[in-house]
Design a protein. Structure first.
Length: 198
């Protein structure tokens, strides 16, 4: 699949391809267009990194796990919080579409490489978002435990308000605390579901 003759050509078009990709992002993705300049630049860097990463991956397809993950490693951590997984997949779609239009149009024999890479990069994006969600879930569980502990101990500091806000809980209504004996195998999700209905 890897043909050394394509590598110099791929490297030579990388800059033009990145520029065309950024223009296409601007044209087709309203959320990208509406972003503040610094965030838009960070998203643009991810797109450009995806193109460079494709060329590195094409040179050595066995390197795909780290090369694909490297695309998202360059992005600032707060970027994960500011664009959704759906938006990230839209970004990947535009980048892959541009690579297909330029690369596959001139060298149809590279279509399989583009398809394989796009699959790897999409799974890499899903992995990055899954890890971030897991970390957020663990952090939220710790914050919830601290809030409950503060309530039980009668603490009324500003920290409780801060923790509640960090959890995304609204403070515009009454609060009820429910205490009881613990089940042998409590299901926290079931308990939360029941509590929301009260």
């Amino acid at each position: 699949m890897v043909t050394p003759k394509h590598l110099p050509w791929l490297r030579s078009i990388a800059g033009d391809l990145a520029t065309a990709t950024l223009s296409r992002l601007e044209e087709t993705l309203p959320w990208y267009r509406d972003m503040p300049p610094a965030r838009r630049a960070a998203v643009g860097n991810v797109a450009q990194s995806g193109i460079s990463s494709f060329i590195q991956w094409y040179e050595d397809p066995t390197s795909q796990p780290w090369v694909a993950a490297d695309v998202f490693a360059a992005a600032p951590r707060e970027l994960l919080r500011s664009i959704s997984l759906q938006e990230t997949l839209q970004l990947i779609h535009v980048v892959v579409q541009m690579v297909e239009e330029r690369v596959v149009a001139e060298h149809p024999e590279l279509q399989e490489a583009v398809l394989r890479y796009s699959r790897d990069i999409a799974f890499s994006a899903a992995d990055v978002y899954a890890r971030a969600a897991e970390a957020r879930g663990l952090w939220d569980a710790r914050l919830e435990a601290l809030v409950v502990d503060s309530i039980i101990s009668g603490e009324t500091s500003q920290e409780i308000n801060s923790r509640v806000a960090a959890l995304g809980w609204r403070a515009d209504g009454q609060v009820a605390v429910l205490l009881g004996t613990r089940l042998e195998s409590p299901d926290p999700d079931l308990i939360r579901k029941i509590a929301r209905k009260l």
